[in-house]
Write a protein that binds this ligand. Structure first.
Ligand code: 3SL
Length: 238
């Protein structure tokens, strides 16, 4: 029996080298864009438009959207939302439409938009995400958003978690080194993800902004069964 391929793209810079028109791409930016998106849907958002620039996000204000913008970890002044998952739990999220731009996560979503499918992954929804991917029975590429096109540990850990959970259902003989490496890394880290990330660049970056609670929150599993997916230009959830 032919089994579909499960692959990992370690940075967006490598994504153009991958064939994605027959794949479901799981966009991963666990700290914090894709975690916040999953939580927004859990708390009742109806759509999220992931945009590349601050100006594009701002333009959605006049159309009745809540607008979000983050650069270098910080919310941009004048916007309704930044990128903390806790801000997507507020009452105003229920029933809202959101336009959001972030440093890396929304860029990666836009880079993947011509794939056969685009879904949003985080530790918060990883169980539901893996169930969804199994049902699709298609090639999967986990796209790690990284930081400004470079590798990061935290997104690779989630990619490795997906590989760990799904590898037996996919064509293991076709598995490439990035997927094997991500799986090994996840298995080394899974006992204490927070400690494993101790010296990682983005944990330090967020610690300097005093938002380590966000990091702890985003490393939890089983927080939502929402699996946002891209429909035309917007993320929605069934
Ligand atoms: O890069 C991104 O998209 C963000 O998730 C980064 S931050 O966690 O908001 O700093």
């Amino acid at each position: 029996m032919h089994r579909p391929v499960l692959d990992v793209c370690l940075t967006p810079a490598l994504f153009p080298l991958m064939q994605s028109d027959d794949a479901i791409v799981v966009v991963i930016d666990i700290l914090r864009a894709t975690s916040s998106m999953c939580i927004a849907f859990e708390y009742g958002a109806t759509e999220i438009i992931p945009v590349r620039t601050v100006e594009e996000s701002l333009a959605y204000k006049a159309k009745g959207y809540l607008i979000g913008a983050e650069r270098h970890g910080e919310k941009i002044e004048g916007f309704d939302l930044g990128n903390s998952p806790f801000s997507y739990m507020e009452d105003r999220i229920k029933g809202s439409k959101i336009a959001l731009t972030t440093t890396n996560g929304t860029q990666a979503i836009n880079a993947a938009k011509n794939a056969a499918g685009v879904v949003i992954g985080s530790f918060l929804n990883v169980d539901a995400l893996c169930d969804y991917l199994l049902q699709q029975n298609k090639k999967v590429i986990c796209l790690c958003s990284g930081w400004k096109n470079s590798f990061n540990l935290e997104d690779t850990l989630l990619a490795g978690c997906v590989v760990e959970k799904l590898h037996s259902h996919f064509g293991q003989s076709d598995m490439r080194d990035a997927a094997i490496a991500a799986r090994h890394l996840y298995n080394m880290a899974k006992g204490d993800l927070y400690a494993f990330l101790d010296n990682s660049s983005h944990r330090k970056r967020l610690a300097n902004l005093h938002i380590e609670d966000d990091v702890r929150y985003c490393l939890q599993t089983g927080m939502t069964s929402k699996v946002p997916f891209l429909d035309q230009q917007k993320l929605i959830c069934c």
